[in-house]
Design a protein around this ligand. Structure first.
Ligand code: NAI
Length: 295
């Protein structure tokens, strides 16, 4: 596998393109919005500068890495020569089914089609193609250049051969892949989201305050960030959507989202991206304060 196509140049797509290009792969980066591609290349440039400043990358390598990334807005041209496609477009099921059915027509028969989805069934995505044996989940973590883990998710029809190929490739990127099966939330979100939901219930029931709950988990469990702050970073709308996937997928009430989370999302309090969640955020600065409602 030498030619990699990444679909979507947003938060995850630019990081995925960065990591492949840094490890010597030719990367075609496709997004429907050309301004996103400009921004993605600028972000990758800035993140490479950060690695250079830390001594993790030689200055001389930066230009070669950037030259290996070829931005494009046309899907047909973008996947024409792909050995592997990693789809990191917006988390929307009908959009992903359309992209996979189109890619199945346009990409070479040998190409493996991977998705970075955090919550959609790999088996469902695979069923939109004529090659479900070559469809797999490759769930990178944010920020991609920094985080070591890749959850490699086998759909119902994914073969051992394709799984082994993707496990090996992930290791060549300097990552630690973990093989998991395709059930709601996979492993990472199945464990993380109930923890976040329980933290929100703990607040909702008045057991303790925002900062106190986060402090218990930071200092008591050595988590780098408390669950409420982490929820703000992930986006409260994204947290709610993943809990709904768990609740529906397992039919088990233990995954029911806390009513406080539902109310906050309805009120447009989505965390960092809206400026307020459990904390309020000052744009362009690292300052944050517990939101007035919880003080
Ligand atoms: P984002 O909103 O930052 O980027 C998505 C990009 O996809 C946008 O630039 C959009 O223009 C593009 N796009 C939409 N339709 C397209 C199409 N038909 N063809 C090409 N590009 C298209 O989203 P983000 O956060 O990067 O998420 C992408 C995927 O990664 C989602 O499936 C999400 O669940 C998953 N993910 C996100 C994580 C995160 O922390 N943000 C963590 C792990 C997975």
């Amino acid at each position: 596998m030498q030619n990699i196509t990444v679909i979507g140049g947003g938060t995850m797509g630019n990081g995925i393109a960065h990591v492949f290009a840094q490890n010597g792969y030719q990367v075609t980066l496709v997004d429907v919005v050309s301004a996103v591609l400009d921004k993605a290349l600028a972000t990758i440039g800035k993140n490479l500068d950060r690695q250079i400043a830390k001594g993790a990358l030689a200055e001389a390598d930066k230009a070669a890495i950037l030259q290996r990334i070829h931005p494009m807005t046309d899907l047909k041209e973008g996947v024409a020569n792909a050995d592997l496609v990693v789809e990191a477009a917006t988390e929307n099921i009908s959009l992903k089914l359309k992209i996979f059915s189109d890619m199945d027509q346009l990409a070479p028969a040998r190409a493996v089609l991977a998705t970075n989805t955090s919550s959609i069934s790999i088996t469902k995505i695979a069923a939109a193609t004529q090659r479900p044996d070559k469809v797999i989940g490759m769930h990178f973590m944010n920020p991609v250049p920094v985080m070591k883990l890749i959850e490699v998710i086998r759909g119902y029809a994914t073969t051992d051969e394709v799984t082994n190929q993707i496990m090996g490739l992930s290791r060549r990127l300097g990552k630690e892949p973990v093989e998991v099966n395709d059930y709601p939330g996979f492993v990472a979100n199945r464990i993380l989201l109930p923890m976040i939901n329980e933290a929100i219930y703990t607040l909702y029931e008045g057991v303790s305050g925002v900062q106190e709950i986060d402090t218990v988990m930071k200092l008591g469990m050595a988590h780098p960030m408390g669950p409420l702050q982490l929820a703000d970073f992930i986006g409260l709308d994204v947290c709610l959507a993943i809990l709904r996937v768990l609740q529906e997928g397992f039919g088990n009430p233990k995954y029911a989202p806390c009513p406080l989370l539902v109310n906050m999302v309805t009120a447009g309090k989505l965390g960092v991206k809206s400026g307020e969640g459990f904390y309020t955020y000052t744009p362009g600065s690292k300052d944050m304060m517990v939101a007035a409602r919880f003080r």
